[in-house]
Ligand binder design. Structure first.
Ligand SMILES: Nc1ncnc2c1ncn2[C@@H]1O[C@H](COP(=O)(O)OP(=O)(O)OP(=O)(O)O)[C@@H](O)[C@H]1O
Length: 268
């Protein structure tokens, strides 16, 4: 069933049963001594294995919200918990990925994927096996010993995704991960992403400007509007994952696109 509901008034979304992995109550972030309200009174709960898209125009606070969940930014007020613990700084439950893959050019795909393990301590054979399994999951087993310059932009992002999973984090924060790629590659990678996060059952927050992409991927879409940055509504996406790209041509999908646009219009 599709539904939107206002978040600024304070109700916690409780559409799904089970314990919340991430929960925000009256979460607020301002900059410039309060002159810029980047996130205003966000209230939500995210369940294990859920895929949430954050969609909205530039400056509506998507990255700020993600960075608060990662513990890279302090909140101004309100509560934000991950696995029932208040976020008070960077923590190991989350791994974050950006538009640029940020791979080290002098390391092979496998060595790049192993980097988080190396930073955390000694690399064991089991770690190497896991890294190879993740490269296989990302469709890159044959490129494990290639260097980033030998890979396409899309393949580099898949290495970055495998590296993200190697951290063992159960929450993935993806800030427009495929935004720099062409539309065909992007669509292909979205399908791959959906398959991969489904297989590892990661809880995922995915930032995008693109409404269709947001709906295609997500169980729920948080619609954000700027000035002040707020979650204006949550649109539930009723299709089971994984989904074929052709779903985007259906009437039900188009109705969801309209619903998201309407939420922008209503509250923007
Ligand atoms: N470190 C900062 N200092 C001051 N203002 C900031 C800072 N970071 C973000 N802002 C402001 O907070 C608001 C939200 O920014 P944020 O980057 O979260 O938006 P966004 O939705 O991710 O935008 P984009 O889609 O362009 O990345 C903007 O008005 C931005 O200028």
């Amino acid at each position: 069933m599709m539904s939107t509901h206002a978040q600024s008034a304070g109700p916690v979304d409780a559409a799904l049963a089970g314990p919340a992995v991430i929960a925000a109550r009256d979460l607020r972030k301002t900059f410039g001594g309060g002159s810029v309200v980047a996130v205003e009174d966000a209230n939500f709960e995210i369940r294990p294995g859920e895929f949430i898209s954050l969609v909205g125009p530039s400056g509506c606070g998507k990255s700020t919200l993600l960075r608060m969940v990662a513990g890279l930014l302090d909140r101004t007020s309100g509560s934000l918990t991950v696995h029932d613990a208040e976020v008070r700084g960077p923590h190991h439950s989350v791994a974050m990925m950006f538009q640029k893959p940020t791979l080290l050019d002098w390391r092979t795909s496998l060595e790049n994927v192993l980097l988080p393990t190396e930073i955390a301590g000694r690399v064991t054979d089991a770690d190497r096996h896991r890294a190879m399994d993740l490269l296989e999951l990302a469709g890159l087993r044959d490129f494990a010993f290639s260097f980033p310059t030998q890979l396409s932009g899309g393949m580099q992002q898949r290495v970055a995704l495998a590296r993200l999973l190697q951290t063992g984090a159960d929450i993935l924060l993806l800030d427009e991960p495929f935004g720099a790629l062409d539309e065909f590659t992007r669509e292909h990678l979205n399908v791959e992403l959906m398959r991969i996060v489904g297989e590892v059952n990661a809880t995922t927050l995915f930032v995008t400007h693109n409404i269709a992409e947001a709906i295609f991927l997500a169980d729920r879409v948080f619609v954000m509007t700027p000035r002040p940055g707020r979650i204006a509504g949550i649109v539930e996406v009723p299709f089971e994952r994984p989904r074929p790209p052709s779903i985007q041509q259906g009437a039900e999908f188009n109705a969801l696109v309209s619903r998201v646009r309407q939420t922008f219009g209503d509250r923007g």
